[in-house]
Design a protein around this ligand. Structure first.
Ligand code: ADP
Ligand code: MG
Length: 237
């Protein structure tokens, strides 16, 4: 499903974090929002998901204005930087959590959870607790938990930043494969240029509360349109 943001503005105290921001994410796209830390990337995802209200502007998901819809009615899956798993629940129960509040039979829950645990490669670890997992495995649980509700849009907030270097590459590749397999519209925020190049269909560069350029990674890196984009991506022209 498509996501369109129109003139999104958000301040905290007197500090304007997002300033008339416009963004269009097409159906099925892997869209990376790239920007240095403190530029408002997490705030932007929270606004799309409904966890934070914008001061002004519209959020459209598949053409419908969702500003007044609560997070659970927006059809969004969210993967946080720090996993945010329930420590007292097993891997299976963490993934099942979002399904328990719906009226599904135990068999349906079992089938769906198993399907998504297999997709992220954690079937064998379903009875473990989060404390028994590595960072990469925790993030796989978080991904399965986000996908199991079969959301229209998947939001990922720097999902590799707390994952050990040796697991990062594999998880990055698996994220790309899973996105392609499911075809889910994905918005992925990061400060890491390599992740943007390797993952994105389109990259949007965030600076001073606005999107400065949206283009496939090659164009962003070889034909930066503003001096900020050029400096940030390290291009020379
Ligand atoms: P990023 O994810 O790009 O690092 P954030 O969206 O976390 O950026 O933060 C952008 C700016 O907004 C920062 O200056 C941060 O301090 C501020 N900010 C974010 N959330 C809040 C909040 N709940 N209250 C006050 N200031 C906030
Ligand atoms: Mg952030």
């Amino acid at each position: 499903m498509s996501v369109i943001l129109e003139n999104i503005t958000k301040s905290f105290n007197k500090q304007k974090v997002l300033d008339n921001l416009n963004l269009e994410v097409k159906k099925g796209e892997f869209h990376v929002i790239l920007g240095p830390s403190g530029e408002g990337k997490s705030t932007l995802l929270s606004i799309i998901s409904g966890l934070i209200k914008p001061d002004a502007g519209k959020i459209l998901i598949d053409g419908d204005i969702v500003n007044d819809l609560p997070p659970q009615k927006r059809g969004i899956g969210f993967v946080f930087q720090d996993f945010a798993l329930f420590p007292h629940l097993t891997v299976f129960e963490n993934v099942a959590y979002g399904l328990k509040i719906r009226s599904l039979s135990n068999k349906e829950i079992e089938d769906k959870v198993t399907f998504y645990l297999e997709m992220v490669g954690l079937e064998k670890h379903k009875d473990k607790f989060p404390s028994e997992l590595s960072g990469g495995q925790k993030q796989r649980v978080a991904l399965a938990r986000a996908l199991v509700i079969e959301p229209k849009v998947l939001l990922l907030d720097e999902p590799l930043s707390h994952v050990d270097a040796w697991q990062r590459e594999k998880l990055r590749e698996d994220l790309k494969t899973i996105q392609q397999k499911t075809g889910i519209t994905t918005i992925y925020v990061t400060h890491d240029r390599l992740e943007a190049i390797l993952l994105a269909d389109k990259v949007s560069v965030l600076h001073q509360g606005r999107i400065e350029q949206t283009e496939p990674p090659k164009e962003i890196f070889y034909q930066p349109k503003t001096s900020f984009v050029a400096r940030f991506v390290g291009a020379t022209n």
